[in-house]
Design a protein around this ligand. Structure first.
Ligand code: THU
Length: 160
């Protein structure tokens, strides 16, 4: 038996200072998208904004359903829309802003496992990393240089 260590590296910004301007603009767009979250059940509102290499920005928000599992997270709403509308564009960056309407979330909220798996598919397809930034409504912003960094030992087409 041998032990294998998997390492992930994250970059933490204490505030918006130092965050690249294009990412700050994406943060604005993710925040605006979050206003369109439909989350009457969880009251947890999430917005995502994606920058493509054709300079288009695609946004999404979580959309819930009375049949709970039929709802969809903001990240997948956005990335599936990007894939549907701009199938040949590469995804450069994704910004995610999340928080409950019941209190102010100042903790960076990372994407759920299912969204990581969905984003991984596009990162593998395009053969280039997707930068992921995630945050609460305020406070620190966390950056991952790739999705793979967020999902060690991911399931991909190589095993099919
Ligand atoms: N949610 C997202 O939109 N993204 C995530 O990565 C985690 C969770 C949504 C799904 C649901 O509408 C609400 O947040 C509570 O789980």
């Amino acid at each position: 038996m041998k032990q294998v260590k998997v390492e992930s590296i994250f970059f933490v910004y204490d505030d918006v200072k130092g965050i690249p301007l294009d990412v700050q603009q994406l943060m604005q767009k993710a925040s605006t998208a979050r206003n369109n979250a439909y989350a009457p059940y969880s009251k947890f509102h999430v917005g995502a904004a994606i920058l493509l290499d054709n300079n288009e920005v695609v946004t999404g928000s979580n959309q819930e359903n009375a049949s709970y599992p039929s709802g969809l997270c903001a990240e997948r709403t956005a990335i599936y829309y990007a894939g549907a509308k701009y199938p040949d564009a590469k995804i450069l960056k994704m910004v995610i802003i999340a928080g409950s309407t019941k209190n102010t979330t100042t903790k960076p909220i990372p994407p759920c496992g299912a969204c990581r798996q969905a984003i991984a598919e596009y990162e593998i397809k395009q053969e280039s990393p997707i930068e992921i930034y995630f945050m609460g409504e305020a406070g620190k912003v966390v950056k991952s240089n790739s999705l793979a960094n967020l999902l060690p030992l991911l399931f991909d087409k190589s095993v099919l």
